[in-house]
Design a protein around this ligand. Sequence first.
Ligand code: FEO
Length: 681
Amino acid sequence: MHLTSKLLESARLRLKGRDIGFRWEGRREFYHERDSPGNARAGTGAFRLKPIDSPSKRHYNYPMHCTKKITEDLTWVGANDRRLAMFEGVYSVPYGVSYNSYLLTDDKTVLFDTVDKAVQERFFENLTQALGNRTLDYLIVQHMEPDHSAAVQELATRYPKMQIVCNEKTRTMLNQFFNFDADSRVMLVKEGDTLNTGKHTLNFIMAPMVHWPEVMLTYDSTDKILFSADAFGSFGALNGALFADEVDFAKDYMDEARRYYTNIVGKYGTQVQTLLKKASGIEIEMLCPLHGFVWRRNIQDFVAKYALWSSYTPEEHGVMIAYASIYGNTENAAEILACQLRDKGIKTVMFDVSVTPASEIIAAAFRWSHLVFASATYNAGIFVTMESLISDLVAHNIQNRTVALIENGSWAPMSGGLMRGKFEKCKDINILENTLRIKSSMKAEQLADISAMADAVAATLPSTQANNAGPSGVPDEQQIDLNTMTKLSYGLFVLTAREGDKDNGCIIDTVIQVGDSPVRITAGVRKINLTNDMIHRTGEFNLSILTEGAPFRVFEHFGLQSGKNLDKFADAGYENRAANGIRYLPEHTNGVISAKVIHSFDCGSHTLFVADVVQACSISEERSVTYRYYSEHIKPQPTVTKDSKPGFMCRICGYIHESDTLPADIICPLCNHGAADFVAI
Ligand code: FEO
């Protein structure tokens, strides 16, 4: 017990029986909530106790604050920390971290958790401002880890009538962590209990081991808000935003969310699954976690990630290679393997475990389906950084993966067997039989061993089966009649993007609306197109929906020449741009859509962009052109006479390749489309 607590404790005893609280005003950090500037000045260095829980007597000069309104009744009163070097003493947080606390102001006032001690000053400023001249009736402690509970004792001192709503396990921890009479303040709740605060009804949901055993969640069934404790949190300070939809979460924050989940809660997949099952039974319009952004849109997307992570289901097929190399020879083997895998069309990521923080590699291990570990032997064991990483992965319950191993040792290679022994303890890990052994450095004759390992990895990856069908992944025409594909119904669109001062556009035919809340579309774009690259880099595009009246020259202009060689808008004669600054076509168009990319998927020849519509406007009621209409009525028909030689026609532009066979890697010289768009004539 420290001096300040002793002084407060003794003051409490002397005033026993009076229903007031008090605080010591002798130190600057206790002036967060002061009666008047005069008192604050007079208090410097003096020991004076002031009652603080009698609002009618207070005349506040409210402190500075930084709060955010979430709903009419709910305010974020948390704080960000960008100075923390190591979260929990282990995890680097280069983008900072937020500690979220929420104040509900109903007939009763309710605070959901507190913050880490590093940001208490900001927190108390925020809370004081958000409360106004009201007192705090309830503190709900959902999680006792000190990054959320550090201010509980100070709160109890400031608000002596405040009740602490928690479960039995939390009560035990309150007494372990703090030195105040927590028992007399506790209102115990259990699964299914409710607390009515006036307009709002709060329902308590136990979530043991989502991260600690005492964790519970609170569901406000009035506003359908789930206060989710550590669940659905993420690393990263909020930087002025509060809602996940205010930022490009998929692009800028998903990696940090994955790193947060896998490292903090990853071990407890079963418990998270139990929680997801409970959550699926309630209607959730907002998620309020203790770290990171509040979710009010696209909640299902984030929940879907949790479903994958907690069931140890890989997000992507591909290979993560982690290597520990002392003089670069083990690294060399890993590099050669990565090249061979890439040559097979397999996605790869690589980490030097001596350089990359383990938390990033653990997050990647949860993302990818196949894991390769390459380690030098060191002190008759696994190299130190690799040993630490694998122990960490095993502790985080990694499972349901295919693992391949590479060992190196100049006189007694041991690391392979030892790594194997560690992964054998994990659930559902398929460890490939042959460990690749290097003695000091790779030799030319060992390339065959690496190829064998690459083959073994590829054989367990479903996507590579398609890649084996032909040199460029084009399936056998006997199996797939490409004419069948032309029977699918498509529209045609001019897709435009802008990067810096560069405008460009191309013709695409695969745009589909896939959701209406939010309004979401997918667009398939040929990877060879400049517009594809620009969208990858900028994350934005416009679609001009073409009409049946569009002349062939529009398709020719945007579809049969490349923006890499010319400025397609140089002689446009118009300058129309949507609110995002990107051009659109003002004629031969019946509607324009502006969209922001949230995901992209590599589909071989094309990228599939998933994007949220941010603006849409109708220009005319003219009918949209379909691909079939274009083929039959707009596109000039190629002339095939009895003298024409056998060949294949590009169904996009009509170019004819005269030959008995179609090269699998053909690219149409007019429109850059590949073999899949050629039909036999
Ligand atoms: Fe952010 Fe488990 O605490």
